[in-house]
Design a protein around this ligand. Structure first.
Ligand SMILES: *Cc1c(COP(=O)(O)O)cnc(C)c1O
Length: 400
């Protein structure tokens, strides 16, 4: 007796947890900004794995670094040194401007690392009484999915059923610097926000917001902690989104494109005063800083710098956004974003964004709805003008 084998989609549905609701497309190959499905149909990738593919799919230099490293050594643990971690950390320091970095694997782990660092700094350096440290975060934040992180989310679904949560967080409205000032207490150790809220629907704060937060943190001796996991590494048209405001935070998290679309790599970056609160045994990760990750991460950074990808994001993003504004679609309430992080918010009467994403998929453009009403466009930064034009032609068909 033979049974019909299940398709990969059916297998995932049958054997996996149902914690995602993917578009029904099975990708089998990819190169640059294009992916191919199991029927040979090609799609322009306008999501780039939520900014983890800024350098494009399978960038040759990043693949070569991975291949070379595969042939040498892939894992040592931090119990021993490896010859790749040092060069990676130095490169990350050069690109970030922070004197030190602590490598982890996922974005959420980097955020957790940063929260631990800020708390420890609060006790060891600022002199906050033990167990009293508080951290201010913004409503509609997205910083990952661990219990501590979802504990300070304002998204009911992210929290529902997962309590009890970690105490010590104060939530203020995003984009409102005065609200941060009011929320600060003598025990506040850090203010953590995203420079642009990606998952919340590409929410761009008012000009001057980050600059105002910088001033408030300085006056109150509080660490200014920016989550650059989605906005960093060129996405918004600068290497770091904070550069748009001419300020520098005290620490950042980096992930997603740090792995060049090949390998999960994240890091928490800070200067000595913050990073030196960590002593041997305080914190760690078995795979964090492994030689594969380090080799891939260094190549991923080199590609961003050598190919001038932040400037490219500014140019292509500006072009794309201008054309989107010109569409004159009756469904579009607002087009917003910076660089190649663009959100198209639909009118409530036009319904949810998902059916529009499904229609775009049929036309060969992959993107994802976020927050119900918003279509997010965030292609790899290596995108060419003709690819942007292709996307615009399809968007025009679906939205007008
Ligand atoms: C994706 C993301 C994270 C979490 O990263 P994971 O690798 O999924 O854990 C955290 N912060 C921001 C801003 C993100 O976009």
């Amino acid at each position: 007796m033979s049974t019909t084998p299940l398709s990969p989609l059916a297998q995932a549905d049958k054997f996996g947890a149902h914690n995602y609701h993917p578009l029904p497309v099975v990708i089998t190959a990819a190169s640059g900004v294009w992916v191919t499905d199991d029927r040979g149909k090609r799609y322009l990738d306008m999501l780039s794995s939520y900014s983890a593919l800024n350098q494009g799919h399978r960038h040759p230099r990043i693949l070569q670094a991975a291949r070379d490293q595969l042939e040498r050594v892939t894992l040592t643990s931090r119990a021993f040194h490896n010859d790749q971690l040092g060069p990676f950390l130095q490169r990350l320091s050069e690109v970030s401007g922070f004197s030190r970095a602590l490598p982890m694997n996922s974005g959420a782990e980097a955020v957790e690392t940063g929260l631990k660092a800020c708390r420890k700094w609060g006790y060891a350096v600022k002199g906050v009484p033990q167990g009293q440290a508080r951290i201010i975060v913004a409503a509609n934040n997205f910083h990952g999915r661990t219990i501590t992180i979802v504990g300070f989310s304002t998204e009911e679904q992210y929290r529902d059923g997962f309590g009890p949560f970690t105490p010590g967080f104060d939530i203020v409205p995003y984009g409102d610097a005065a609200a941060v000032e009011v929320a600060i207490t003598p025990n506040t150790v850090a203010v953590l926000v995203e420079p642009i809220q990606g998952e919340a629907g590409v929410v761009v704060p008012p000009d001057g917001y980050l600059r105002a937060l910088r001033g408030i943190c300085d006056r109150n001796r509080v660490l200014f902690f920016l989550d650059e996991i989605q906005t960093g590494l060129g996405r918004t048209g600068k290497m770091w989104a904070f550069e748009h405001e001419g300020i520098r935070p005290d620490c950042i998290t980096v992930a997603k494109a740090l792995g060049g679309g090949v390998y999960p790599i994240s890091a928490f970056c800070a200067d000595d005063e913050v990073m030196n609160v960590f002593h041997p045994g305080d914190h760690g990760s078995t795979f964090g800083g492994n030689p594969m990750a380090a080799a891939v991460g260094r190549a991923a950074l080199d590609v961003l710098v050598d190919e001038n990808l932040p400037a490219r994001a500014a140019e292509m993003g500006g072009y794309f956004m201008e054309r989107l504004h010109e569409l004159g679609s009756p469904h579009v309430r607002e087009v917003r974003g910076k660089g190649l992080l663009i959100g198209v918010e639909l009118h409530v009467e036009s319904g949810a964004a998902r059916p529009y994403c499904e229609a775009l998929k049929e036309l060969g453009v992959l993107c994802k709805d976020t927050h119900g009403q918003v279509i997010r466009f965030a292609p790899p930064l290596v995108i060419e003008r003709e690819d942007v034009d292709f996307a615009l032609d399809q968007v025009r068909k679906v939205l007008t």
